[in-house]
Write a protein of this length. Structure first.
Length: 317
């Protein structure tokens, strides 16, 4: 990474995650704990299964947008990482819902609504400053819901216009416009569970639920020969965990970023992503690294996306 690129990241990204432990604790108490978090450890000792959740997004988008569809990495240019990570997490959840429950894939979601909604509608912190908190977005997505890009009259692959809309709404004391809040309420998540242990992340992934993470630990974009990157303390950032596999008998986790074509080196998911849709946006981190990340207390998984049209009436028959 060049000196200019490094300074750019320091200027725009390092203050993008804003810790708010008081809100995070309160939100966790108001949300039911996931059943897999309550299970006794011996009940969770089922055989390891590799999981790669972005493949559900690939299948859904190819079906909806046609065979020429290609994933374009989120390329945040400002401190909107909390909105960016929740946007792609929602997209993947929509794809999972399509193939596990037979619902219609509605299209791709926006950064703007969950970024500005968490900042202003939930936390009451408008302004020109940049950044947000995981629990703020988690509460917006459960109290209100998800807004699609096409509902904002943006194309399905919109990036910068979507980000600028979120920044504009976040500067306003009114936050997300009431008409857009109404759209969000058509697609709320039932709940968001705060995760603190790697075994809880394993269980969430095994239940086809990605995990959003907010932390001051950020991996390098340079993957080693196993596809794994080293993490260091660089500031605040929000991304999500999209999969788990084993390397030499040890678990590593797919860390899904929003910094454009960022990752380089050996890609460990080619066997699950043969067209390399996510090669430049995913690096793997170790279980020990993930355990450190979870100490932030601002990491969530989501369940029960609602408001989807049934694709096949006889899906379960």
């Amino acid at each position: 990474m060049s000196l200019i690129e490094r300074q750019y990241q320091q200027d725009y990204f390092n203050n993008a995650w804003t810790p708010d432990p008081t809100h995070a604790e309160g939100f966790a108490h108001r949300n039911p704990t996931a059943r897999f978090c309550l299970a006794a450890p011996h009940l969770m000792d089922r055989p390891f299964r590799e999981v790669f959740l972005p493949e559900f997004l690939t299948a859904a988008c190819l079906e909806k947008y046609g065979p020429d569809w290609k994933y374009e990495p989120q390329a945040q240019q400002d401190g909107t990482c909390v909105g960016q990570s929740h946007k792609t997490l929602c997209d993947i959840m929509f794809g999972i819902n399509r193939y596990l429950h037979g619902t219609k894939f509605p299209g791709r979601s926006s950064v703007a609504a969950n970024y500005a909604g968490g900042r202003v509608d939930i936390a009451g912190q408008p302004g020109s400053w940049q950044g947000s908190n995981g629990s703020w977005s988690a509460e917006f997505l459960t109290k209100y819901g998800v807004v699609l890009l096409d509902e904002l009259e943006l194309p399905h692959n919109s990036r910068r216009p979507d980000e600028l809309m979120g920044l504009r709404w976040a500067r306003s004391r009114s936050g997300v416009p009431p008409s857009v809040e109404g759209l969000a309420k058509h697609r709320p998540f039932d709940n968001a569970q705060n995760l603190r242990k790697t075994r809880e992340v394993d269980a969430a992934l095994g239940n086809f639920q990605p995990v959003n993470i907010c932390t001051s630990l950020i991996p390098s974009g340079n993957r080693n020969s196993d596809g794994v990157s080293r993490m260091s303390r660089q500031g605040g950032h929000s991304t999500f965990i999209a999969g788990v596999r084993k390397v030499n008998g040890r678990k590593v986790y797919a860390y899904f970023n929003s910094w454009g074509s960022w990752a380089k080196g050996h890609y460990g998911w080619e066997h699950r992503d043969r067209d390399n849709h996510y090669n430049s946006t995913i690096v793997d981190i170790t279980e020990a690294q993930l355990a450190q990340v979870l100490r932030s207390g601002d990491c969530y998984t989501f369940s029960g996306p609602s408001g989807f049209e049934v694709q096949y009436e006889d899906y379960w028959q």
